[in-house]
Design a protein around this ligand. Structure first.
Ligand code: ADP
Ligand code: MG
Length: 329
C-alpha cells in the first residue's frame, strides 16, 4: 500500500532532536541559541540530472544532499545545529526512502545535526536542505577577509586531492575511461564528499577568508578575490600548479584533463582559505586538530586576475570560468 505524506515523514524522517525546543510536527521548529552566538544559515538544492545522476545509490544521495550543506557551514566556521529537509519525490518508494534516510541520518549523526522540520510533496525528484549552525558573534569566516600577501590554502583527503569528482563526471559523460578501481575511487569522491566541518571551526581566528569548493577552484577563488578586494578592485592570486593536491588516479590523466579537473573541477567540498603568510604554524595546528590535510597552494596579491604557474614558472592557460547553471553548455 502506498505510504501517505505524514506516514512517510513519521517513518523516515522523524527522529529524536533533543536540542530543538520544538522539532518536527508543529508549524515551526523552535531552536534556542546560546548567549553570544550567531546563527549561520545556508540552503542548497539538489536536482536530478543537474546535481546528481539517476544512477546514484539512494544512500549516497542522502549523504551528499546534507554534505553539500554542511560544507557551507564549514566554510563559515559554524558548528552544525539543525536542518530542515524539503523533499519532492515522484513516488513514496520504500527502497529509495530507506536508503536515502540511512545516508542522510548517518552523516547527520556524525556531525550532531538534528532534523527539525521540512516539507514533503509529490513531484520530480528534488532535495532542498537548509542547515543552521552557530558561530561565536563576529567570528564567522567570510569570503571577504582576504588581503594581498595572504597565503592560499586548500584542504584535501588523505593521500588525495581536488578534482576527482570532476574526473568521475567526465567518465560518466563518456569523455574519458578509467580502470574499475580508479573509477570507484573518483566516483566515491563525487558521490560521498566529506564536509570539512571540524576544520572550518578550527580555522576561526586563524584564516582570513574561506569558501568551500563547489564550483571549481578558479571560480570559487574568484568569489573570494572579488569579495575581499577594495570596492570595485578585486584582488588577484598566484597559484603554483604543481602544489595542487591530486590523487594518484588524477595524476595519471593527460595534462589538459588534469588541469581542467584541478582548476575548474567543482563538487570537491574542500575548504579553500587564506591566512596571513606568517600564520603557517597556526594553520597547520588547526588542520592537525581537525584531522584534515591542508596544502599551501599560492598567494594573494594586489594585481587582479588568477595566475597559474607551471613547474617552470611559466603562466598556464586557464580558459575556464566558474560553473554557472545558466551559462553552462
Ligand atoms: P505545514 O503544512 O504547516 O507546512 P506540513 O504538513 O507540511 O506542515 O508538515 C508537518 C510537519 O512535518 C512540519 O513540522 C514539517 O516541518 C515536518 N516535515 C514535513 N516534511 C518533512 C521532512 N521531509 N522531513 C522532516 N520534517 C518534515
Ligand atoms: Mg508543508
Amino acid at each position: 500500500m502506498a505510504l501517505g505524506e505524514f506516514d512517510l515523514i513519521q517513518r523516515y524522517f522523524v527522529r529524536p532532536a533533543p536540542r530543538a525546543v520544538v522539532g518536527v510536527g508543529d508549524d515551526c521548529a523552535v531552536l534556542a541559541l546560546a548567549p553570544g552566538m550567531q546563527l549561520a544559515v545556508s540552503t542548497d538544492m539538489l536536482v536530478e540530472g543537474r546535481h546528481f545522476l539517476s544512477t546514484v545509490a539512494p544512500q549516497h544521495l542522502g549523504h551528499k544532499a546534507l554534505a553539500v550543506n554542511l560544507s557551507d557551514l564549514a566554510a563559515c566556521g559554524a558548528k552544525p545545529l539543525a536542518y530542515t529537509l524539503a523533499l519532492s519525490l515522484p513516488r513514496a518508494e520504500a527502497a529509495f526512502l530507506s536508503g536515502f534516510a540511512e545516508g542522510l541520518h548517518a552523516l547527520a549523526d556524525a556531525h550532531g545535526i538534528e532534523l527539525v522540520g521540512g516539507d514533503t510533496t509529490a513531484g520530480p525528484l528534488n532535495i532542498c536542505i537548509t542547515v543552521m549552525g552557530e558561530v561565536p558573534a563576529g567570528q564567522a569566516l567570510l569570503r571577504s577577509g582576504a588581503r594581498a600577501g595572504d597565503a592560499l590554502w586548500v584542504s584535501h583527503p588523505p593521500g588525495g586531492g581536488i578534482g576527482d569528482a570532476r574526473l568521475a563526471l567526465e567518465v560518466f559523460r563518456g569523455a574519458c575511461a578509467l580502470p574499475g578501481e580508479g573509477f570507484a575511487r573518483v566516483r566515491q569522491a563525487m558521490e560521498c564528499p566529506q564536509p570539512r566541518v571540524a576544520l572550518g571551526q578550527a580555522l576561526r581566528g586563524v584564516a582570513s577568508a574561506a569558501i568551500d569548493l563547489s564550483d571549481g577552484l578558479m571560480g570559487d577563488l574568484g568569489h573570494v578575490l572579488r569579495r575581499s578586494g577594495p570596492t570595485g578592485a578585486p584582488l588577484g592570486a598566484v597559484i603554483r600548479f604543481d602544489d595542487l593536491p591530486r590523487s594518484a588516479v588524477l595524476a595519471d590523466q593527460p595534462a589538459d584533463l588534469q588541469a581542467q579537473c584541478l582548476l575548474a573541477g567543482g563538487d570537491d567540498y574542500e575548504l579553500l582559505f587564506t591566512a596571513p603568510a606568517d600564520h603557517q604554524a597556526q594553520v597547520l595546528a588547526a588542520a592537525q586538530a581537525a584531522g584534515v590535510a591542508v596544502r599551501r597552494i599560492g598567494q594573494l596579491r594586489a594585481d587582479p586576475g588568477i595566475l597559474v604557474l607551471d613547474g617552470q614558472g611559466q603562466a598556464m592557460p586557464t580558459p575556464w570560468a566558474g560553473f554557472d547553471h545558466f551559462k553552462a553548455a
